[in-house]
Design a protein around this ligand. Structure first.
Ligand code: PRX
Length: 652
């Protein structure tokens, strides 16, 4: 387990309670405390009432068909996601309302109204059709945080193409793996994006990936604009590569939305698991949109005059559900920012909140801990008085960070919604509702109405401390793993019969609030990003100097976890500092900078059982500098002592 269970026991004695602020319930989206009971009474009817707030071309005939582990929601219904995010708002007379309020890291800005966004999305959708993209085809999107990321996603949904967004920080190898697994026909990228005053050159990375992406027929390149585009030369392959602006300028602005079946695949998003190969999590159309629409509205208490900002990247599920689909389906005014929180200085987020009058702010604990460290003077230099709801997601939030968020950012007046969910769940699952829930620092509280969870032991019996389980199907659940339904069954549905296992440990307190303990499998959570230990291990052994490696998580003040690796080199190869940084770079090159191990310990051998299984538990103890647990099953107990010495020398 990545988190220390002892520390959690302390948390369960948390005495602080934060009821919804006085008057908050007035005009709130959800203010009836009976909503949980009402949803529990008829879960399907509850979700159907949310689905009815979307626009359907053809109504569904059945709310749910459940043949474990396969669910179908709103069967028989047809709809289009881009229509629900754009057209219907324009048709309702809200075309002039700002949809996307974007700011680049250097300070350049662009705002799209709903009508303008519809126009741009329709043109780009036609351009994709012109490249031969048809319903069901896969399109990889590898873009920085620029409006074209949202536009490209919506354009795919308009024509029924399946997008696979790949985070811009991933390496060429990661990109080609994803292109190939999804058999993508088109890749959409940009010359680059700004990050901490520097340029992340995406097209150059894409070119390397394309050497090994045989299914990709066409590439669309966005000119990010400004100084970046002037400074960043791009090679355009004749016939294959096209400039986004040329395609859009030549395209027709009318593009009728495809009528998609509720269960047609909307997108694939790759996420780390316990093996080296990322999983293509498959989300479909009607159920996904219903739940992200409902949770955006209810969890953030989204009202008409709100200005909403989620600081995630569109390359992650949070960006999909809570920058693009949930907010736009709600006709929200969405702020989007390209760059880093400390560029040009550590006040950037707060400067943006003041400038755009942000009222709802959604970020991650790792960011909050960084802000804490940077000091109160940064947020205090800006007017944050418009903020009224704060959110957090990605990992358990420690109470100190929660309190700081509450006091310094929220001015003690904003409810905090700590939302537990996953790439696989598509939308928020365990979360406070701001007008109804009394929060406690460190817990995501209770399941959203219409969601059923339990804490179970290995046998599937209820307990107060064990594994989190989701006990009924939910609309935005993943439907399968792309091309590997067997892996879907094995990963999520084999622990207990007919119940979903998210991979997290959890505890239940006396108020039936859920406290998430962290992952119980070999998946790390580094700065809110999921990284499989096996992925990093295979990247390490891919280096010619390495025979064997083992990777574990190590607690980290800001990132939550960082990566510690133990590496055995080939005979005759010297363990040097240069090799250490070469290995870190190699992992960065294979996966992306987020996966670079912080610690590399060279060791002649790894602690193994007599049957040859690496004892990660011991490696975790060593990495944390803890007293090492039971070593009696080790083939060679002396290994641990040697490793401890090596690790201490490395730390020193
Ligand atoms: O361990 C849980 C943690 O993040 C995992 C999901 O990661 P990912 O698929 O990348 O999605 C992150 C954004 C939704 C979960 O299995 N996690 C996420 N949110 C929380 C959390 N742990 C505790 N509290 C949360 N609020």
């Amino acid at each position: 387990m990545s988190n220390d269970a002892g520390a959690l026991d302390d948390l369960l004695h948390e005495e602080r309670r934060f009821p919804p602020p006085e008057g908050f319930a007035e005009g709130a989206v959800m203010s009836d405390p009976g909503v949980w009971a009402e949803a529990a009474e008829d879960r399907e009817a509850y979700w159907a009432s949310w689905a009815a707030e979307l626009d359907w071309f053809q109504p569904w005939s059945r709310v749910l068909e459940w043949t474990p582990p396969h669910a179908q929601w709103f069967t028989g219904g047809t709809l289009n996601v881009s229509y629900n995010c754009l057209d219907r708002h324009v048709e309702a007379g809200r075309g002039d309302r700002p949809a996307l309020i974007w700011e680049g890291e250097p300070g350049d800005t662009r705002t799209y109204s709903y009508a303008e966004l519809l126009d741009e999305v329709s043109r780009f959708a036609n351009a994709l059709k012109g490249l031969g993209v048809e319903r069901g085809d896969r399109v990889t999107i590898y873009l920085p945080m620029i409006p074209e990321a949202t536009i490209a996603m919506l354009a795919c949904t308009r024509i029924g193409a399946i997008h696979s967004v790949v985070f811009g920080g991933f390496s060429p190898d990661s990109l080609s793996d994803r292109n190939n697994d999804a058999e993508a026909k088109v890749l959409i990228t940009a010359d680059g994006g700004w990050r901490r005053g520097g340029v992340v050159a995406l097209k150059a990375n894409a070119d390397i990936a394309l050497e090994d992406s045989p299914t990709v027929e066409s590439v669309v390149v966005v000119a990010r604009g400004g100084a970046l585009t002037e400074q960043t030369p791009v090679d355009m392959a004749d016939g294959r590569d096209h400039w986004y602006h040329d395609l859009v300028a030549a395209a027709d602005a009318e593009c009728p939305p495809e009528k998609m079946d509720a269960e047609d695949t909307l997108f694939i998003l790759y996420t780390s698991g316990t093996t080296g190969k990322p999983k293509g999590v498959v989300h479909t159309t009607g159920g996904y949109l219903t739940q992200v629409y409902a949770t955006t509205k209810a969890v953030f208490d989204l009202r008409d005059d709100d200005v909403y900002w989620c600081t995630a990247d569109v390359g992650w599920i949070t960006g999909h559900s809570y920058i693009v689909y949930g907010p736009l389906a709600n006709c929200a005014q969405v702020v989007m920012y390209e760059g880093a929180p400390d560029a040009p200085d550590r006040g950037r987020f707060w400067q943006l909140c003041e400038k755009y009058g942000v009222t709802i702010f959604y970020t991650a604990p790792t960011a909050i801990r960084a802000f804490m460290r940077w000091g109160e003077s940064w947020p205090q230099s800006y007017d944050l008085s418009k903020l009224r709801v704060l959110g957090t997601v990605g990992e358990p939030i420690n109470p100190e960070a929660w309190m700081w968020y509450h006091e310094v950012i929220g001015g003690e007046r904003c409810p905090i919604v700590d939302t537990w969910w996953q790439t696989e769940t598509g939308g928020a699952m365990i979360t406070p509702l701001p007008a109804l829930t009394t929060t406690k620092p460190g817990t995501a509280t209770r399941p959203f109405p219409g969601i059923d969870v339990a804490i179970l032991d290995n046998d599937g019996d209820p307990t107060h401390s064990g594994y989190l389980a989701i006990t009924s199907p939910w609309p935005s659940m993943l439907r399968t793993i792309w091309g590997d339904d067997e892996r879907y069954r094995r990963t999520y549905w084999s622990k207990w019969d007919g119940l979903y296992f998210p991979g997290d440990g959890a505890k239940l307190d006396a108020d039936d609030y859920v406290w998430i303990l962290g992952r119980v499998d070999d998946v790390l959570n580094v700065a809110g990003h999921r990284i499989g230990t096996a992925e990093v291990e295979s990247a390490l052994v891919d280096h010619p100097a390495v025979v064997e490696s083992a990777v574990v998580g190590k607690s980290h003040e800001i990132k939550g976890e960082s990566i510690a690796s133990f590496v055995t080199l080939k005979e005759g190869i010297d363990a040097t500092d240069d090799l250490m940084s070469e290995l870190r770079d190699h992992v960065g090159h294979k996966i992306g900078a987020i996966a670079k191990p912080e610690v590399v310990v060279f060791t002649a051998e790894l602690p193994k059982t007599r049957s040859g299984k690496i004892m990660r538990r011991l490696l975790r103890d060593i990495a944390e500098g803890r007293t090492v647990g039971d070593t009696t099953t080790l083939a060679d107990p002396a290994v641990v002592k040697r490793l401890q010495e090596l690790h201490e020398a490395d730390e020193g």
